[in-house]
Design a protein around this ligand. Sequence first.
Ligand code: SF4
Length: 260
Amino acid sequence: MAAPVVDLDRKKLIRSEVLQFIRSDAAESLTADEILIWCIKNFSPRLSLACSFGAPEGLVLLDMMHRIDPASRVFVLDTGRLPQATYDLIDRVRDRYDKSIEVVFPRAEDVEQLVRTGGLNLFYESVDDRQRCCRARKVEPLRRYLAGADLGAWVTGLRRDQNVTRVDTPKVEIDTANGGLVKVNPIANWTSDRVHDYVAEHGVPINRLHAEGYPSVGCAPCSRAVKPGDDPRSGRWWWENVDTRECGLHVDEENEGSGI
Ligand code: SF4
């Protein structure tokens, strides 16, 4: 089991009032807008939004953050297996918001090793192989970006009702798996309907595959359309049990063993 890496110097940089705010649970009663204003005020420009461009949540937050601070930062993990629709959306968003998107790639040597030992489609073979692929293409790049992008905080579109593994997601927390950064989840208490209402109201660009039945769009070989009324998560890693369907990006290694 890998121990979480906590950067003590970075923790010292978190001002005491910020820590007090997080510990008081005061964020729970704030709106998403209020939380974003709080974190932009306290961390900008050392603040970046994680946006997959495969779910409306990240794009809603991108729109909200851009309205508050047009210089707000956003990054995406390009696993090398994303569908064309996602690449098209990244460029569309870049044009619409006149925003530079920080695209993060996996290490070439990791992907070469993965493919040489497991084949190009190893993710269908076993949970273990699928997790190896997610580690090389997503988890390592995320860890590397968060450690090297001069950040004090990062923002995610996690929602509590997305999965059984996310029901306890706080709106603001200390991310011990990523050097003690502040992790901000402003729409943790939002429903899917509320996300879609925001998209419609503000004309937020979203992935065109949603209109073809994909509730969320990840890597092309690991995402599929679902029937109306089916569990939205059944469109991702559908060949696995529901309790293993996490890519490891949001799992605390200390609490969850391997973290993936
Ligand atoms: S979602 Fe699938 S293709 Fe993408 S990194 Fe994970 S296992 Fe690999």
